[in-house]
Structures are given as structure tokens and as C-alpha cells.
Design a protein. Sequence first.
Lengths: 290, 312
Amino acid sequence: MKKSNSADSRVAKARLTAARALVYAFLIFLTVLCLFSFYMLFINATRSNADLQGGFRLFPSDYFFKNLYNAWTDASINIPRGMLNSFIIAASSALLSTYFSALTAYGIHAYHFRLKKLAFSFIMAVMVIPQQVSATGFYQLCVKFGLTNSYIPLIVPSIASPVVFFYMKQYMESVLPMEIVEAARVDGSNEFSTFNKIILPMLKPAMAVQMIFAFVASWNNYFMPALLLDKAEMKTVPIMIAQLRAADYSKFDMGKVYMFILLAILPVVIVYICLSKYIIKGVTAGSVKG
Amino acid sequence: MKRLADPRKRKGISYAKWGYLFIAPFFIVYGLFTLVPQVMTIYNSFFENYREGLKQVGPNFVGLDNYIKLFTPDKNGNIDILKYAWNTLVLWVGGAVPQILVALLLAVFFTSYRLNIKGQQFFKTVIYMPNLIMASAFSMLFFTLFSNSGPVNQLLTQMGWIDQPIEFFAQKITVRGLICLMNFLLWFGNTTILLMAGIMGIDQNLFEAANIDGASSLQVFFKVTLPLLMPILVYTVITAMIGGIQMFDVPQVLTNGAGTPNRTSTTLVMYLNNYLKTSKNYGMSGAISVVIFIITGLLSMVVYRSLTRKDD
């Protein structure tokens, strides 16, 4: 009896070890799959055009700064300008979307008014409607009011971000019970300054995470900016990347091309490496109920 | 009594005003930049309104003509919008099915007490990273890596596996395969993290009870984990689907907007973009938008129902 039991547990142990080995192998395979393209990007950005034509290599070369200089000073694709433009749009959108989402969420969380339920259901219902569905009218409107080649239609709409709102609402429900809200209210004081001075600081962690997501989404956004911006000095990074693809490819210095791509994704990668823990936590916090 | 009730009442009224004030910016901006454009888009779909060279045609009311045109076969008997809807579906399924299956597996592995996987933070960090990468740059990167003189072909040649470079962008199967692979890589980490949170939200006692009853890992998965995970799985599938209908950046940049070869990787939004950007045809782009809108609504309803029926 005892013998067969220990034999059983040995079999179970061996099984578990085998299962674990398989799982780790699978995880390593996925890791390689995820990192391979980025690794190649980095390696190839350190190689000269001639070297790149010569063949495949797995280790870096010494052309990184030359490529960086060539890409940074390229005459047709003004990448520093593009990065600045993208940064202006993304940073403004991030600030607006987090501030006004918090304000909207607080309005619904802290007050009782007749249209409160309707307002909440409305925002939840429109959360899934893709932006492209209203793109025709949006574009026409921008043309009508002279807002093409302007950043206003790329920044201001982020005031109404249903997803960020939902996240803020969820966050308030967990950290901002009504007792705190009531205690924070100084009788007779302005509700608006109560929100700015007392409530907002309490939302800092949620605001920070959502700011990162909003920044990244705007930084990566391609569809709308490509539709609205055609002046060279107004273009954002994704438009420049698409331009790179449209150009006569065979004449390009490939080292420079890899450097352009690297520059396009580098800011986000750096932020991610520094803050990955908080970002990953932020993925779940607001998106799933229960 | 009266003195107590009065200020409360007064307070309630004045606070309600603040509620409206705080949510006003959201609704004004939403109305101006989304609702009005949405109505304009639908309105436009009933008008003929485009540019032909320098000449502006319309806007003239044409009723359902744009929709009829959208669904009328060309001289080869093809209906473009159906072709592009099919492309979108194929590209979505090819990326989303492995995405959800792999994410489900990983979520179970990561949360398994018995497996006790080490280095989770590292793996999660790696698999989530592509989700934040600029899709257009990712697509451009794949274009360079898989081009005829790119590193992948160089590697295969150096290994002696091929004599001629594989023309990845000239064949339907490889172009579609690469788009699916990219979509998979961009999203499976995100899905894994969502599903993990879902599994960790399940009452741990249920797993313990199942173990005591002698249930195998597979039984636990199919009888406990999966049914209780269903609401979050529904959410994941619906959001993935809505993301899929919007598929644009990756195929647009990879094929330079052409959907090569022979428009077999042109998606619905690329079609919309062609009418909107290239020919400024607001009537047709409006009609396509309405079709996408309807598909979005229908699909999310169908999936939601089919996945929740078992629960009833």
C-alpha cells in the first residue's frame, strides 16, 4: 500500500516536472518570437547600408551613431520635427483625457442628479463604437472649419474618452467612498476647487497610468492624423513611417530606415521599461468588471 | 424637523448643478466631435458628393444609390465590399484565434498553483510590450525584415535552405500570414493579462474543492475555470472583434495601402480610407461607415449571445 503510494507520487512528480519543462519551453519560444523582430531592428540600426546588403548578422556593428546622425538630419523625412509634433499632440491629449475623464467620473460618482443614470449608460454604450465609423463627418467638419493641418481635432476630442472615464469611475468606487468626499467638502466652499485640490491628488496613481496609456495611444495613432495632416512640418511620426514605406525603397540607405523605425518606437519602449510594473497592473484595473 | 430638512434639500439642489457642470465638457466635446460627425456621416451616405479632378459633384440626394452601388457586382462579378469584409474576417480570425487560445493557456499556466511558474513578471513584461508598439512602425519593421533582400531571406539563404529569396509580399498566403502574426504579437500579451485577472478573481475555494474531489487539471479547466471565466472571455472576444473590424495600420503600411497581392489584404477601413482620403467621396465613405457600424453592432450581439447561452 505504502509502496504503491510513493510510486504514484513519484509518477505524479515526474509528470509535473515534464509539464513544467514544456511550459517553460513554450514561454521561451514566445519570448523569442516577441523579441526577435526588435532585436533585429536594434542590430540592423547599428550596421551600415553596405554591411546590411552583405548578409545576415546576429551581432551589432559600429555604425549606430552614423545612422543616427543620417536619420536625424535627413532632408525629406524630418524625424526630430515629427517626434516633436507627436509629442505635443500626445502629451496634450494625455493631459486633457485624464483630467476631464476624472472630472466627468467625479461628476457622476459624487453627485445625484436626474440624468446621472442616463449619462452613465450613454458613455458605457458608446465606449465600443470605433472612431472610423464617424470619420467621414469628422473630416468634413474639419474641412468646413479650416481645421485640417491643425492639431485641434487631434487633441480636443480626447476630452471625451469613454474608456478613461470608465477606468476613473472604477477607481473612484474603490478608493473614494462618499464619506471621504463629504469630509473633503468644506461647507460653502467651491465644489470645483474641492475637486482640484482634494480629490485630484487622491487620484494620482490612476491618473498616471491612464496618462501613459493615452499618451501611447496618441503617439501611435495613424488613421486620423494621416487624414488631416498633409503639410510636411505638421506631420507626426506614424505618417512619416508610412511615407518611408511609400518611398522608392530600393534607393534608401537601409541603416537609416532601421534607425527611423527605432526612433519611432524608442520613446515608448523606454517609458515601458521604466514603468512596466505599473503599466501591466493598469491593464486590468479598469477594463474588466468583477 | 423642518430646520433639519431644509438645508439638506437646498444642498441637494445646489449639488446637482455641480454634477451637470462637471460632466458638461465631456458631453459637449462628444457631441461636437463624435455625435455630430456620426449623424453627418449617415446623412452623407444618402448623397452623391465627390470630387472628379477639379470638378465637385454634388451634394445631390440619391437615396440608397450609394448602398446599391456598394453591393453591385463589377464586370467580373466581384462585390468589392464583400471581398474586403472577407479579407478583414480572415485576417482577424488568423490573428485572434491563436491569440485567445495562447492567452488562455498562458493565463492558466501563470495562475496555476501546482505549476508555480517562476519569472512571471519577466514573461509578462515581454509579452505585453508589443501592445504598446506603434503598429505602423511594427508593420514597417516586418516589411524590412521580410523583404526580398531583408534579414529573413538572407538568413534562409545563408543556412542553405533556399536558393531564391522567398517573395513574402507577392503571395496571398504569406502577406496574410504576416499580418495575422503581427496582430497576434501585438495583442496576445494584453489578452493574457486580462484573462489572468479573470482567473484570479475566481473563488480559490472552488479550485481547492475540485482538487479534493480528485478532478484532473483538464476537468478543472473545463468544469470550473472556463465557465466562470466566460463573462471576461466574452468581453475579450468582443473587444478583439471590434479591434479587428478597425484593422488598418498594419495592412495599410505593410502593403503601402494597396492590399497586395490583388487586393487580398485590403480591409474594410482601408476601403473607407481610399474613398475618404484619395477620392474625397463622402457619399461612398459614408455608406461604408454605416455598413461597418451595423457589422460592429450585429457581431457583438451574436458573440455575446452564443457565448452566454450556456450560462442560462
